[in-house]
Design a protein around this ligand. Structure first.
Ligand SMILES: *Cc1c(COP(=O)(O)O)cnc(C)c1O
Length: 462
């Protein structure tokens, strides 16, 4: 399998190269040259197999030549062995026809562990084989950073630098990033919003001299291997509700469009998904775009679901690439217009997007009300992100097609908001119960590319 850029103007790479690179050199995002499909029988045969076995069968066609079958099975086994639930991604019923996919049983209590734990094992395997070193730089609105640090802490061939917006992540998220003691972990608090952190990371990738000097590697949700890892739980959950013999829909709390784009890939692979519903909080650029065709960032308003406080949704570029019939030049042009303030999606492309995606928005009051109402009706305590999903799903779902809403984080990751909404204090799982006692280590940085690059060069110079 070969990988191409959404902007059509970067070298074609192997799976391993695309994984280690992250962002393409033309500014685009890597995608497989073709999307492999599973037959009806292959999907039906996923019923009853372990999560790891399903993961192997679903991802194998994408990685093929990078590892042997045994190597890849070993990587998957190590990635998921530290999850706190035997099913990895258990499905709970909320109401008739409405299900919750719990994706928060990984070591940092958010769905990002599914991808990041796999990426950690993939990097470790590849770098050991090649003898190379890399410097991982990522931007986070909270959960990516903690998941990346957890996946890479203590690995020999990797330094990990995570930029998070100072004062804009939850205390649990911050502590998960600032308390690891390993010397290869560097938490950087940037003065700005998540979009600033993400923009500086993109700038570093576009500074080729810097990129090559430090061996920059990206594990943000733009990394194809992350999208791929997330495809798996769409299959396992749909199959447990009767796919491929029956259609299901998904509602996905969305920020950077990575998680829901994995659902799009699952659909293209042959999984009978009826609707993929984009659920946004008050930062609703994706909902506005799907409703009106206009994609115009207008400033982030901090919310109680901070991992979705995003206005520049990087993975949306991948969906646009397919909506524009894989025309890299058209995508490059849209991204140029975005730098000038925004773009409008063509009527044809909008129609293509709407064939798969629906969307809805949930404001702060409705998020809180949904946390309380869901606790009362089902006993399930939702994190604010998952509550956004549940509310939008309730508004949109149709009788006859089961709806699966993705629960993207554990409520204990956002205890203040959850307690305010529900009156219940969500306790941390035992493995993390001393998090508030551990000492923190963090460097405050200005929103300034040169200063951040100097710091990284300094810390990685041997
Ligand atoms: C990252 C994150 C999201 C948004 O996921 P995207 O892939 O960026 O759309 C939603 N909820 C939680 C808890 C997250 O950590």
């Amino acid at each position: 399998m070969k990988y191409i850029s959404t902007r059509g103007n970067a070298p074609v790479l192997t799976f391993e190269e695309a994984m280690l690179t992250g962002l393409a050199r033309d500014g685009g995002l890597y995608l497989p040259q073709t999307i492999p499909t599973l037959t009806h029988d292959q999907i039906a045969d996923l019923e009853g197999v372990s999560y790891e076995e399903a993961a192997f069968r679903i991802m194998w066609p994408f990685v093929g030549d990078a590892f042997t079958e045994d190597e890849f099975r070993g990587i998957i086994a190590r990635a998921y062995e530290n999850f706190g639930h035997a099913a990895r991604a258990p499905l709970k019923q909320l109401d008739s026809g409405h299900f919750l996919l719990e994706l928060f049983h990984g070591p940092t209590l958010a769905f990002k562990d599914f991808a990041m734990q796999l990426i950690g094992q993939l990097f470790e395997f590849s770098l050991k084989r090649s003898g190379n070193r890399v410097c991982i730089v990522g931007a986070t609105s909270g959960d990516t950073g903690s998941a990346a640090i957890e996946a890479f802490r203590g690995l020999d061939a990797v330094d990990v630098f995570i930029l998070y917006p100072h004062g804009r992540v939850s205390e649990v998220q911050r502590r998960q990033m600032t308390t690891p003691v390993e010397a290869n972990v560097h938490a950087l608090a940037i003065d700005g919003h998540f979009d600033d952190a993400q923009a500086r990371v993109k700038d570093m990738f576009n500074d080729f001299a810097f990129r090559d000097a430090v061996g920059l590697a990206g594990v943000n949700s733009i990394n194809w291997a992350r999208v791929l890892a997330q495809v798996v739980y769409y299959f396992t959950s749909a199959v447990s509700l009767g796919a491929p013999h029956r259609k299901v829909s998904f509602t996905v709390p969305t920020g950077n469009f990575g998680d829901i784009f994995a659902g799009y890939i699952a659909r293209r692979m042959g999984l009978p998904i009826d609707r993929l519903v984009v659920a946004t909080n008050q930062n609703d650029i994706l909902h506005r775009c799907l409703s009106t065709s206009e994609y115009r960032p207008d400033g982030v308003i901090p919310s109680i679901s901070p991992s979705m406080d995003i206005q520049v949704s990087s993975n949306f570029e991948r969906a646009l690439y397919y909506a524009y019939d894989q025309d890299g030049a058209a995508v490059a042009q849209l991204m140029d217009e975005l730098r000038q303030g925004g773009f409008s999606v063509s009527q044809g492309a909008l129609q293509a997007l709407r064939e798969t995606f629906s969307s809805g928005r949930c404001d702060e009051a409705a998020t809180r009300a949904t946390i309380a109402a869901t606790l009362a009706s089902s006993g399930e305590l939702l994190c604010p992100h998952s509550a956004v999903g549940v509310k939008v799903a309730e508004d949109i779902r149709q009788p006859g097609t089961p709806m699966i809403t993705l629960a993207t984080a554990h409520p204990a990751k956002f205890p203040a908001a959850v307690e305010e909404a529900s009156g219940m204090h969500p306790p941390l799982p035992p493995a993390m119960s001393d998090l508030y006692e551990r000492s923190e280590r963090v460097t405050r940085v200005a929103n300034d590319l040169g200063a951040i690059e100097d710091l990284i060069k300094d810390r990685t110079a041997q």
